[in-house]
Design a protein. Sequence first.
Length: 216
Amino acid sequence: MRIFILVTLVLSSITIFGQKYVDTNDPKDEEVKSLLSKKNDINAFGAADLKIGDLKGERGLLVGAYGGFIINRRYLFGVAGYGLVTQLRFDGVVPGQTESKPLNLHGGYGGIIIGGTIAHKELIHISIPIILGAGSMEIVDKDFFLNNPADSEFTVENSVFFVAEPGIELEFNITKYFRLGAGMSYRYISGTKLENVKDEDVSGTTAMISFRFGRF
C-alpha cells in the first residue's frame, strides 16, 4: 500500500508538470523546446524545512535545507539534506547480547530535489517536491562505557539506505521573495541492514513546514 501511494504521487507529479504540446505542422517552427534554453527564466532559491514524523514508533523532528534553481517560475531542481535533531530513544538489543536496553537512533539523508508549482501567481498555490537520494543511520548506546563519564557512547550498528520522499504543500506568497509552505510527505526508506531497525520502522508520513527564499 505504501509503495502504491509513492508511485501514485510520482506519476501524478509527472502528469501535472507535463507541458501541453500542440503540433502546428509549421516548418518554420523547428526549435526543440528544453528546460535549459536561453529563453527560459532561471532563478536561484534557498529554503529551510521542519519535518515531524514517527521513526521507530517515536515522534521525531527533522531539520534540513534545500536549494537550487527555479525554471520558468514553475519547475525546481536542486539538492536537499535533512538530519534528525531530537533524541529518539527505544528499547533494543546490542548485537551479541540477549537483554534489551535503551538505545538511541541517529541519522539523516539527502539527495536531489525536483518538483514544480501549480498556479504560482496565485496567493495560495500547490507545490510538489520530490526527494531522491540516500542516507545513513546509526544505533548508539549512550551507557556502553560506564567507567568513562567523559565519553560513554558507543555505536552499536550503522547502515546506509535509499530514500524517496514525494510531498505536496500549500504554499503562500508572503512577499515577492519569500514563500511559506505547509503540507505532508511520504518518506520511503529501503536497504537498511540493522538488527534493531527495519525499513518500515523509519518509513512513513511526515508533516512539514517550509520557508523558501528567492526570486519568484
